[in-house]
Design a binder for this molecule. Structure first.
Ligand code: 4AZ
Length: 483
């Protein structure tokens, strides 16, 4: 230990001394430069008098001035930096309000600056100042993607007649459903169904006005064709199916077979599955993003990779936003659906592609052949699988799945059962959030998202999936509000 006993060291502050002005001072020599006379009065007449509490030693005085001016400089620099930061923040907010005026997950009423929550958009009650929330309601209906527009007057949906329709109108309708115009696929006419009695028609003489103001209801459609609208090229698998068939009791997937399947990681560990629906949006289960998992920054999304070990060598896509269904219930698993918005868009390839969201009016049949895929456990209580597995499962009618010997009334309208009552084949821990899909009209549709079940592959305990048809509208509105 070193001792600190004794007087403290004395340091004389000479301040800044430019070279060759002051010569090196000898001990006992005049401390002042020679051009100051040593016989001069203690306060020379030409030296301004200063208050005595200021140092009378010229060297110390100049050093304090230097120090004060340095402090001033630093303050000026800091203030300048703060000013620049404030200007940048103000510019960002101005830009933000000009570009997307509605903060958070709200939809703007036209360009009025009034914002409403997605749940109030097209709910049959007018909330916008000019009623835009009820006059710009579009949807795609059935397996042929028939474009329908809602008439608030007759309170019903009408198919749009193909007469005078073009891609520019198609792009507007796709944008109003929450799609980006960059993904626009096509608009084409398809023969009308006998069930169509009225149509929405374009009034071409209406001039350059809003699409929806140009539409009027009519009992005739000259071409006999209605608009089939595809806002994204979805539901295409590049690999033909090996139905022969692990998941529990499934097979290993090949590249491009389930291109919408993603693996969702937290701290390098697979937690849940998900499905790609656009370049930036992933559908998963709300229970996957509950509680401590609700922070978007903790997630990484892996697309187009079949093997978990390989994912650990890659970066994954960052998540910008997570939207959980507002009516999700932890206990009953009612509305077990959530959306993840990626920070950067996915590039679509043969192995990375979106699945189609089911349109209202899809009517999936009981016993309809569907497929589940995921990296979940291969047996009850097992660990995550290294490779992506898949298996075919039939849908089970809700009334049957709700019977006393199966789930005894626990299957709500937001749920759909699929699997085998004999057991042996099922989704399991780690498959949650992932897809339940079917193929109809040569298109792959997202029928459900893996949600829950009692154990895995046990007799009379089939898998339970979120009923995607019920969620499509919620998904579109939230994509629209968070563009
Ligand atoms: C789960 O915890 C899970 N057998 C997924 C599916 C099923 C059960 C549990 C259905 O991720």
């Amino acid at each position: 230990m070193t001792s600190t006993v004794g007087p403290p060291p004395y340091y004389e502050n000479h301040g800044f001394q430019p070279e060759n002005i002051y010569s090196a001072r000898q001990p006992g020599a005049n401390p002042y430069p020679q051009y100051f006379s040593t016989n001069a009065p203690s306060v020379p007449s030409y030296v301004p008098r200063v208050a005595t509490y200021q140092s009378s030693r010229p060297v110390a005085h100049s050093s304090e001035r230097t120090c004060a001016s340095s402090v001033k400089k630093i303050i000026v620099i800091i203030l300048s930096i703060l000013l620049v930061i404030c200007c940048a923040i103000a510019a960002f907010f101005i830009w933000y309000f000009v570009e997307n005026r509605c903060l958070g997950s709200l939809i703007e009423c036209g360009s009025s600056g009034v914002c409403i929550p997605p749940s109030q958009w097209c709910d049959g009650v007018s909330h916008c100042p000019s009623g835009e929330d009820e006059t710009r309601c579009v949807r795609l209906f059935g397996p042929d993607f028939i474009l329908e527009v809602y008439s608030p007057v007759s309170k019903s949906w009408y198919p749009v007649c193909q007469d005078d329709w073009n891609d520019d109108y198609g792009k507007i309708a796709c944008k109003d459903m929450g799609y980006s115009v960059d993904t626009y696929y096509y608009s084409r006419g398809v023969a009308t169904e006998v069930s169509f009695k009225s149509y929405m028609k374009l009034n071409t003489s209406a001039g350059n006005i809003d699409l929806y103001k140009k539409l009027y209801s009519s009992d005739s459609c000259a071409s006999g064709n209605v608009v089939s609208l595809r806002c994204i090229e979805c539901g295409l698998s590049t690999k033909s199916m090996n139905i022969m068939n692990r998941i529990v009791g499934g097979s290993g997937a090949t590249p491009g077979q389930w291109p919408w399947q993603v693996s969702l990681h937290v701290h390098g560990i697979h937690v849940c599955g998900g499905s790609i629906i656009t370049h930036q949006w992933i559908v998963t289960a709300a229970h996957c993003v509950e509680g401590r998992f609700s922070d978007p920054y903790s997630w990484r999304v892996y697309a187009g990779i079949l093997n978990q070990n390989e994912m650990l060598l890659r970066n994954g896509y960052r998540v910008q936003q997570i939207i959980s269904h507002p009516d999700y219930d932890t206990d009953s698993k009612d509305n077990d659906v959530a959306l993840m918005k990626l920070e950067t868009p996915l590039s679509f390839t043969d192995t990375v592609r979106p699945v189609c969201l089911p349109n209202p009016g899809m009517m999936f049949q009981p016993n309809q052949q569907c497929w589940i895929s995921g990296w979940g456990a291969e047996y009850q209580g097992g660990k995550t699988s290294n490779n992506l597995n898949y298996v075919t499962v039939p849908l089970i009618e809700r009334s049957r799945c709700n019977s006393v010997y199966i789930y005894n009334g626990m299957i709500l309208p937001t749920m759909i059962c699929a699997g085998y009552l004999g057991g042996g084949i099922d989704s399991c821990q780690g498959d949650s959030g992932g897809p339940l899909v079917t193929n109809k009209n040569s298109v792959w549709w997202l029928v459900g998202d893996t949600s829950w079940g009692t154990g895995c592959a046990s007799p009379n305990r089939p898998g339970v999936y979120g009923n995607m048809t019920v969620f499509t509208d919620w998904i579109y509105k939230n994509m629209q509000a968070n563009r």
